[in-house]
Design a protein around this ligand. Structure first.
Ligand code: HEM
Ligand code: HEM
Length: 240
């Protein structure tokens, strides 16, 4: 049976929905929890990096490709396909204004995440493989990045974390309806409360991870202010 690419496919749509929760949603929550080890200090965060780097290389790569890259790539690309066909409609809908707003926000956050994740994955895992060193994803490199260029990276990551948490939180609510887990209005309202709490909690965990970098700082940071450059020059002259 040929797949018509100009219209959505029932099975692909179901698979898109499932991949959003597992493995992608599950991965993101555990990823942010492990990143929040920054609160306990650079050694604890670097130990997490070291744990994954200590795995046999082929095993790590197969795990990344099968459990993260393929499901995420499928969810992202098919998600963009859904978005391209979406028709936002706040007014005169049987679902009401707030449900249509959620529908639209789910799509906007999807578009933002598409670009955020391209940037994030290429500047972390991608850079690590290109340079052949995990130094680029260790604590000190994160501190330097987040505090550089007028904190633009920090703001971007705060937005990225909040957007991803919102997309997953509201996605869980939608998922429960789509898969027939919540049928009654009462059950849907209960899951909505859970989704809001989940969105807030996951955002705070991600922001705590970012805060951890700022609290501890880079202890190997080289101060290159003009004052120190001047001192080095003075010492150099004194030795000569
Ligand atoms: C607090 C903010 C975040 C920090 C500090 C962070 C940190 C990292 C680090 C260090 C890596 C490299 C892992 C490795 O190659 O071993 C990475 C990769 C990745 N991150 Fe994040 N991340 C953050 C937010 C997010 C968010 C919100 C998502 C959304 C799902 C995400 C998804 C990914 C993905 C898909 C990879 C590639 C994983 C792989 O191929 O192994 N990250 N991140
Ligand atoms: C990378 C860019 C992404 C795009 C373009 C995207 C796009 C979308 C779209 C359009 C929907 C709504 C589908 C529908 O209503 O039929 C959706 C749902 C969902 N997404 Fe994403 N998404 C992305 C990333 C993510 C990430 C990183 C996660 C997990 C952290 C995720 C989890 C979910 C969940 C759980 C749903 C609800 C599934 C359902 O409606 O049954 N998505 N996504």
């Amino acid at each position: 049976m040929a797949l018509a690419l100009d219209k959505e496919n029932y099975l692909l749509h179901k698979l898109h929905s499932l991949t959003g929760v597992v493995p992608v949603g599950y991965y993101m929550v555990q990823h942010l929890v492990l990143n929040s080890f920054t609160i306990a200090g650079p050694e604890k965060f670097n130990a997490v990096i070291g744990f994954f780097e200590g795995m046999p290389k082929h095993f790590l790569l197969v795990m990344e490709v099968c459990m993260i890259w393929i499901p995420l790539l499928f969810h992202a690309v098919y998600g963009m396909f859904i978005i391209a066909r979406a028709k936002p409609n706040y007014f005169g809908s049987v679902y009401g204004w707030s449900r249509n707003l959620m529908y639209t926000l789910q799509r906007w956050t999807g578009v933002f995440l598409f670009f955020f994740l391209i940037l994030h994955v290429t500047t972390t895992t991608g850079k690590k493989y290109m340079e052949g060193s995990a130094k680029v994803i260790e604590f000190d490199a994160w501190y330097d990045k987040l505090t550089s260029q007028g904190y633009i990276w920090l703001i971007l990551y705060m937005l990225g974390v909040a957007t991803a948490s919102f997309h997953l939180g509201s996605g869980i609510w939608n998922f429960c309806i789509r898969w027939g887990i919540t049928v009654s209005e009462k059950a849907q309202n209960a899951v909505q409360k859970f989704s809001i709490a989940f969105f807030v909690a996951v955002t705070l965990i991600g922001w705590a991870a970012l805060g951890g970098f700022l609290i501890h700082g880079n202890r190997n940071h080289v101060d290159t202010t003009p004052k120190q450059v001047h001192n080095v020059q003075t010492q150099f002259v004194a030795v000569r």
